[in-house]
Design a protein around this ligand. Structure first.
Ligand SMILES: Nc1ncnc2c1ncn2[C@@H]1O[C@H](COP(=O)(O)OP(=O)(O)OP(=O)(O)O)[C@@H](O)[C@H]1O
Ligand SMILES: [Mg+2]
Length: 361
């Protein structure tokens, strides 16, 4: 999979931009606030239909404009694809592939797979459970459409159930309605739990070797899925917590409360790991994500490295750059110093200045 070019119109701080990428390593460098991350956001959006930082469509439209357009040209297994995305202020986005409009945005998933790596990802192990769930969800949604569907349904029902719990007055009987929601919650929730379990197994097969290498043969890393409730117990757990849910007006059990722990040599490094250990494990996780996408889709994802190299010491930088193999990579950084001591070859360099980009080679 290669992104050949991208064209932006009124997207973030770009009025009009056309960029052609090389198939190897592409660097976008420039001072802060010039628009480097915005380019990666546009690429990520073309792959997942969502912003990597959770921005709304209207926030990505250039200030003072009504609409934004992104056109991405891809080469996937010898076939060319054109993805057109049209962001609107108050309506949902329009997407077309090779000129054919998609009825649902989710139909786009699977065409372009990307792995996004930013400095915040290095904190995924020390941060709270919601960030780890978000990582797992974002990844699974890219590689598994059923998961995406189940997750959307599940989230919708949790919201509706919570709303019912909030709106309910003590003299009305809501047990009938709750029962209906609970049955649906269990149906979708079980599938989410099973798929997360499988995902963690798949990741563990990959991360073990990567982390062993990265830690200089010192650490054996295992990811442990900690479901809030096992799939077969979910229905029962909902029943048991019903009174509590009514009292606190929210759904207190289910996969929206899941967590994942990272255990190195038998120690839970979420709680007991040093900062360096946590960051190394996070890097192993990202590298495993690349391998997993390759394995599941049979194709290389495009790697987006947002300002992440300056966060790593030279050993880890080298490891990362030497182990991504021959996949297309788009790297942002403020200066080119990071590469000077590296054996790494760069195929294309762009300088980003205030919403304009010039090629330097
Ligand atoms: N909707 C928008 N319309 C116009 N400009 C925007 C919009 N959203 C963000 N910007 C501008 O984009 C710029 C930030 O771009 P970006 O995050 O890509 O910077 P960067 O080059 O990655 O900087 P850093 O090195 O600090 O990460 C900011 O100056 C911001 O004001
Ligand atoms: Mg940035």
């Amino acid at each position: 999979m290669i992104i050949k070019s991208i064209k932006l119109e009124n997207f973030r701080n770009y009025e009009n931009l056309e960029l052609s990428f090389e198939k190897g390593t592409n660097i976008l460098y420039g001072d802060n606030a010039q628009g480097k991350t915005n380019v990666l956001e546009a690429v990520y959006l073309s792959a997942t239909t969502k912003s990597h930082k959770g921005s709304k469509d209207k926030e990505m439209i250039r200030f003072g404009q009504e609409e934004a357009h992104i056109r991405t040209n891809l080469d996937k297994e010898g076939m060319e694809y054109r993805v057109d995305m049209h962001l609107k202020k108050s309506k949902s986005k329009g997407i077309a592939v090779n000129g054919q409009y998609l009825k649902k945005a989710a139909q786009l998933l699977g065409l372009l797979n990307v792995v996004f790596f930013s400095p915040e990802d290095l904190s995924i192990i020390k941060n709270g459970p919601s960030e780890r769930r978000r990582f797992v969800d974002m990844e699974l949604c890219q590689i598994d459409k059923y998961y995406l569907y189940n997750l959307n349904q599940y989230n919708k029902i949790v919201n509706q159930r919570n709303k019912l719990l909030k709106d309910f007055y003590h003299n009305t009987d809501i047990s009938e309605t709750l029962h209906v929601w609970d049955m649906q919650l269990v149906t979708y929730g079980k599938q989410i739990i099973e798929r997360r379990k499988e995902f963690v197994d798949q990741l563990n097969e990959i991360i073990y070797g990567i982390h062993k290498n990265l830690s200089g043969d010192k650490e054996e890393l295992v990811i442990v899925y900690e479901p809030d409730t096992e799939a077969e117990n979910f229905e029962n757990a909902l029943r048991i917590s019903r009174e509590k849910d009514i009292k606190y007006k929210m759904t207190s059990v289910g996969p929206h409360r899941d967590d994942f722990s990272f255990v190195a040599n038998g120690v839970d490094i979420r709680k007991y790991g040093s900062q360096g250990q946590q960051r190394t494990a996070a890097l192993s996780l990202k590298l495993s994500e690349i391998e997993l996408v390759k394995k599941v889709t049979g194709d290389n994802p495009v790697l987006l490295l947002d300002d992440v190299l300056s966060e790593l010491d030279s050993n880890r930088q080298n490891y990362l750059l030497n182990n991504i193999g021959n996949i297309q990579t788009i790297i942002t950084c403020t200066g080119l110093d990071e590469f000077i001591n590296n054996r790494f070859s760069i195929d294309k360099i762009f300088k980003v200045t205030n919403g304009r980009i010039e090629s330097e080679n």
